[in-house]
Structure formats: structure tokens, C-alpha cells
Design a protein around this ligand. Structure first.
Ligand SMILES: [Mg+2]
Length: 129
């Protein structure tokens, strides 16, 4: 059985491309339709948590196997449409994700810790400004 540890993004892209081509669905897999489908499937994922409290959602999503299968199915729907969108737009998912992680790291730097060493460094740099 394949897993995240043994499967490449390129393999998933090829699998999705073959799935779409075998059904002659390229005509429907336009960027607009695929972006819409991502949002629709994300709503289906969210629907699984509708009306649950935050605590129940957390507990059930970890313990209720039937719910976990439904969550995994909707997550897969979202991912498959994103993969198809990447195929249509010729976007390299890995380089895009890595680039976005770097942008996010710059935008949201790691918090300064309260360690005595960090406090000493913060005080020293503040006294210089
Ligand atoms: Mg779905």
C-alpha cells in the first residue's frame, strides 16, 4: 500500500492526469471550474463539522472512524482538484509550497521565547535603538 512516505507529488499528478484523460474530462477541467471545485469540496469538508462544538469536533475527528473516513475523503477531493489545477496550469506544487512556507515564515516570524538568554538579547538590542 502506498503512503505519504513512499509516494511523490509527481506520481499523484500523473495519476490524476490519467484519470481525467481516460474519461475525456479535460474539457471540464478548466482553471475556473477547478478553482470552484476546490471551494465546493472544502465546503463539503467543513460540513462534516457543522453544528459540532469545538471540543466535540476535535474529539470525534480523532476517535470516530466513520467520521475520519468522511474527512479523509473530502480532504482527498480538495487535494485532487488542486492537483488537477496544478496540471492544467503547469504549476510545480512542491516548489510553490516551499516558496509559500518561506513567505509565511517571513510574515510570521517565530515568537521570541521568554528564556533568560532571549530576554537578555532583547534588552540589549532595545537599549541600542
Ligand atoms: Mg466531496
Amino acid at each position: 500500500m502506498q503512503s505519504d512516505q513512499t509516494t511523490t507529488v509527481q506520481y499523484l499528478k500523473e495519476q490524476m492526469k490519467t484519470f481525467v484523460r481516460d474519461r475525456d474530462w479535460e474539457q471540464y477541467h478548466t482553471s475556473k471550474n477547478l478553482a470552484s471545485s476546490v471551494a465546493i469540496e472544502a465546503a463539503e469538508l467543513l460540513e462534516l463539522f457543522q453544528w459540532l462544538t469545538v471540543e466535540d469536533a476535535q474529539r470525534l475527528s480523532l476517535s470516530d472512524e466513520e467520521l475520519r473516513v468522511k474527512i479523509a475523503d473530502e480532504m482527498s477531493d480538495v487535494l485532487l482538484y488542486l492537483i488537477s489545477l496544478a496540471n492544467v496550469l503547469n504549476i510545480d506544487i512542491t516548489s510553490s509550497v516551499k516558496s509559500k512556507l518561506e513567505k509565511n515564515a517571513s510574515k510570521y516570524p517565530r515568537p521570541v521565547t521568554d528564556s533568560p538568554e532571549a530576554v537578555k538579547q532583547t534588552s540589549a538590542s532595545n537599549s541600542r535603538s
